[in-house]
Write a protein that binds this ligand. Structure first.
Ligand code: GDP
Ligand code: MG
Length: 309
């Protein structure tokens, strides 16, 4: 319940900027062309993707006819079920990482500024609170400040950070962290990486090397490649995901800055295009602002109209 309240609070922005418009549409008196056009427009504006918007409007039109419905209000549940179904079709959607085969390696990748380091810190905090043994690896060795930023998260959460100096080989840092995790029987190793190098080619080569070494050491069942995406970027984040996925197979997504986006539908677009589960969403900059992404709570929270304002 606390989570639902918090999610609703955090989604307030999304609701005001995007879904509020959608839920208002459903109070229209009849199914006229304006209703259908506005619904499609709102879905596109929210970055659910063009295919989804068109498909959903066609689907709802058919359902309204088939069921002999008179008003859009009667379609609300069918609409939220469509969204939930779409999201739940991807295995692992909203589920926590599986720590049963420890140590589990979470390799955090994504472009600069997407929220990798922050999400690494939030995950470390969460696992620490759960009583897990956690190690972090400062494998963004491109800037000294990046190592310091992770160390601060380590101090705050009481989690050990494996680091070498600026400019050191990130794959070596990741390797050290894995060895430390193995020998200390840690539950989880969180590997922070760089999002920007001299050029994109270098970055991708470096990520491939880190991935190769971790895969060799930990094995596929203990390695999660976690793509961190900034929700504010909407469709651009989908394009980013495709680029990364072509280099190393992405197995999970964390969608950050969901508290700041006007395009909350991007999560639907990601689910459909990438078929990779969004496990967590970032709802702020603080250590606690990370939540499992629950499709039904999401759909309900989106359709909830502002009653007390
Ligand atoms: P990195 O370059 O991928 O490591 O990105 P950082 O973790 O350094 O984050 C970049 C900025 O985004 C920082 O100012 C973070 O505080 C902020 N940030 C990260 N996640 C979230 C989030 O979920 N919500 C908000 N509002 N800000 C976030
Ligand atoms: Mg970083």
């Amino acid at each position: 319940m606390a989570f639902f309240a918090k999610l609703k609070e955090s989604l307030k922005g999304v609701r005001e900027r995007w879904s509020g418009g959608i839920s208002k549409l459903f109070s229209a008196k009849t199914f006229d062309a304006e209703f259908w056009d506005s619904l499609e427009d709102q879905l596109i504006a929210g970055d659910t993707g063009l295919d989804f918007a068109e498909e959903t409007v066609e689907f709802l039109k058919d359902e309204a006819k088939r069921r002999g419905l008179k008003t859009p209000a009667e379609l609300k549940n069918i609409f939220t079920e469509k969204i939930t179904g779409e999201l739940n079709a991807v295995a692992g959607m909203g589920k926590s990482f599986d720590l049963s085969k420890a140590p589990l390696v979470l390799l955090m990748i994504g472009v600069n500024g997407s929220g990798k380091t922050t999400s690494a810190g939030k995950l470390a905090t969460m696992y620490k609170v759960q009583g897990k043994k956690v190690i972090m690896a400062a494998a963004d060795t491109f800037r000294a400040a990046a190592v310091d930023q992770l160390k601060i998260w380590g101090e705050r959460s009481g989690v050990r950070v494996i680091a070498q100096g600026q400019g050191s080989d990130p794959a070596a840092v990741a390797f050290d962290a894995w060895k430390a995790a193995e020998s200390s029987r840690a539950d989880v190793v969180i590997v922070d990486t760089a999002g920007r190098l001299h050029d994109k080619h270098n970055l991708m080569e470096e990520l491939k090397k880190i991935h190769r070494i971790l895969l060799r050491e930990a094995g596929a069942e203990r390695l999660e490649t976690v793509l961190v995406l900034d929700a504010v970027l909407g469709q651009n984040s989908v394009a980013q995901a495709e680029t990364f996925n072509n280099i190393i197979p992405v197995s999970s997504i964390i969608l950050t800055k969901y508290d700041n986006t006007a395009k909350g539908g991007v999560v639907i677009s990601i689910a459909r295009k990438l078929r990779v589960p969004v496990r967590y969403i970032g709802l702020g900059e603080g250590a606690e602002d990370l939540n499992n992404f629950d499709p039904s709570e999401f759909a309900d929270a989106l359709m909830e109209t502002e009653r007390n304002s």
